[in-house]
Design a binder for this molecule. Structure first.
Ligand code: CS2
Ligand code: MG
Length: 385
C-alpha cells in the first residue's frame, strides 16, 4: 500500500455552528477526516493548517502517526497552545481514521479493543429554574441516562449564596432520590477558596464530580480545593498541551481527566494521558460539547470504548435521541449513536473513525463569524464565561 500523503485540505463549515475539519488523502486514494474546531477562533486554526501544517505534510507516510505527532509538536519549536494543538489534533485524528481504513478496523480496535459495550454519558440538564432542571433530568432518566449535569446557575455570585446553590441542590437530590449521579460545571468562574467552599458545602449532595472548579492557569491553586473537600473533581477542557494535565494526575489533585481531544492534540496524547491516569487511579471524562464536530466526538468515543479507566462521557446535543439538527446530518454521516435504554453511546463497526463528510453540504453551510459570550460583573469588569 502506498500511504504517502498526497493531499491535505481544511474546511470551515457551519451546519448549525462552526466546525473546522481536516481531510487527508493518501497516494492509494484513502481519505481520513479529523476535527480541528476551536470555538470562536476557527479562522486562526484554518490559516495555520492551510499555510503551514498541511503543505508541510505532503509526502509524509500517513501510517507513522506517532512520528507525525512528534514532528508537528516538537519541530514547530513553538509548541502547545490552543491554535497549534487544535491543528495538530485535526491531523492526528485524520491519521487514525486513515490507519483504521487501511487495516479495515474501527479505531477502538487499533487501540486495544473494546473494554465495554457502550460509553456511559452525562446529559446537560441545566435550566433557569429548578423546575426546568428537574424536567430536563426526568427526560434524561426516561432515556436511561443516569448521569445528569444540573448547573443551577452561571452567575458566580449565585454560586456563593448558600440558599441558592445548596438549597437548589438539596431540592434536586430530594426530588430525584439517591440514585442519579449529579454533576455541576463551575466553568472556572470561582476563585480557589470559593470553589473549596462550594465543594465542601455540597458534600452531602454526593456529587459525581465538580467540573472545572478553578481557572486553568495556576495548577498549584488546585490544592486549595483538594485539601478542603472530598467532592470529586474533574478538570482539563481548557488544556491545550498534554503536559498541563500531568501534575494534577500525578499529585492526585483531580479524579477525572477532562481534556478535549481536539485541543490537546488528538487521540495520540489523550490515549497516553488515559494510561497515566490508570496508573494513578484517575478516570477519564473527556470533553464532549456541542462545539466538537461529529468527527472529534467519534474519535473521543473510540478512545472511551478502549480505555480501562473510562469514567464518563459528556454528550453533545446533536447525539441526543430527542433532538435533530438537519444541517449537521447533511454534512456528517455515521459516527456516534445514542443507545436507547443503556444511558450511553456507541459506534458502529466501521473502519477508522466511521464518519464521512458530504463536501457539497460543507460548501452549502459556510462559515459564520461568532464569538463566545462575554459577560461582565456588576461593576463593568470582565467576568469569566
Ligand atoms: C462546557 C463547554 O461542555 C462543557 O463542559 O464547559 O460547553 C464550553 O463552554 C465550550 O466548549 C466552550 O467552547
Ligand atoms: Mg465544562
Amino acid at each position: 500500500m502506498d500511504t504517502r500523503l498526497t493531499s491535505g485540505d481544511v474546511y470551515v463549515t457551519s451546519p448549525h455552528r462552526n466546525y473546522v475539519i481536516v481531510r487527508l488523502e493518501t497516494a492509494d486514494g484513502l481519505v481520513g477526516w479529523g476535527d480541528a474546531t476551536l470555538n470562536g477562533r476557527e479562522k486562526a486554526v484554518e490559516a495555520l493548517l492551510e499555510h503551514h501544517v498541511l503543505p508541510e505534510l505532503q509526502g509524509h507516510d500517513a501510517s507513522r502517526i506517532e512520528d507525525v505527532w512528534q514532528m508537528l509538536f516538537r519541530q514547530t519549536y513553538w509548541r502547545g497552545g490552543p491554535v497549534l494543538n487544535t491543528a495538530l489534533a485535526g491531523v492526528d485524528m485524520a491519521l487514525w481514521d486513515l490507519k483504521g481504513k487501511e487495516a479495515g478496523m474501527p479505531v477502538y480496535d487499533l487501540l486495544g479493543g473494546r473494554t465495554r459495550e457502550y460509553a456511559a454519558v452525562y446529559e446537560h440538564c441545566g435550566a433557569d429554574t429548578t423546575d426546568g432542571i428537574l424536567e430536563n433530568c426526568r427526560n434524561a432518566l426516561d432515556l436511561g441516562i443516569e448521569h445528569l449535569r444540573v448547573n443551577p446557575t452561571n452567575d458566580p455570585e449565585e454560586y456563593l449564596r448558600r440558599d441558592n446553590l445548596l438549597g437548589t441542590m438539596e431540592t434536586i437530590r430530594e426530588a430525584l432520590g439517591p440514585e442519579p449521579e449529579l454533576i455541576i460545571d463551575v466553568h472556572g468562574r470561582l476563585d480557589p477558596i470559593e470553589s473549596a467552599r462550594v465543594a465542601r458545602e455540597l458534600e452531602p449532595i454526593d456529587l459525581f464530580f465538580l467540573e472545572d472548579p478553578i481557572r486553568p492557569e495556576n495548577k498549584d491553586a488546585f490544592e486549595v480545593v483538594r485539601e478542603r473537600s472530598v467532592t470529586p473533581l474533574a478538570m482539563g477542557e481548557l488544556f491545550s498541551n498534554p503536559w498541563e494535565m500531568i501534575p494534577l494526575v500525578e499529585e492526585r489533585l483531580v479524579d477525572y481527566i477532562r481534556t478535549d481531544l481536539a485541543h490537546v492534540g488528538g487521540v495520540t496524547p489523550a490515549r497516553k494521558l488515559a494510561t497515566i491516569g490508570e496508573h494513578h487511579y484517575v478516570r477519564t471524562a473527556f470533553h464532549g460539547p456541542f462545539d466538537i464536530s461529529p468527527i472529534g466526538y467519534a474519535a473521543t468515543v473510540h478512545l472511551d470504548l478502549a480505555v480501562p479507566n473510562f469514567g464518563i462521557q459528556e454528550m453533545p446535543e446533536y447525539v441526543r435521541a430527542d433532538e435533530s439538527y438537519p444541517g449537521i446530518e447533511d454534512v456528517f454521516q455515521g459516527g456516534v449513536e445514542f443507545v436507547r435504554g443503556s444511558g450511553g453511546v456507541d459506534l458502529p463497526d466501521e473502519p477508522g473513525l466511521g464518519v464521512s463528510v458530504d463536501l457539497d453540504a460543507v460548501a452549502e453551510h459556510s462559515y459564520e463569524p461568532d464569538t463566545l459570550p462575554r459577560p461582565r460583573n456588576k461593576d463593568g469588569s470582565v467576568q469569566d464565561w
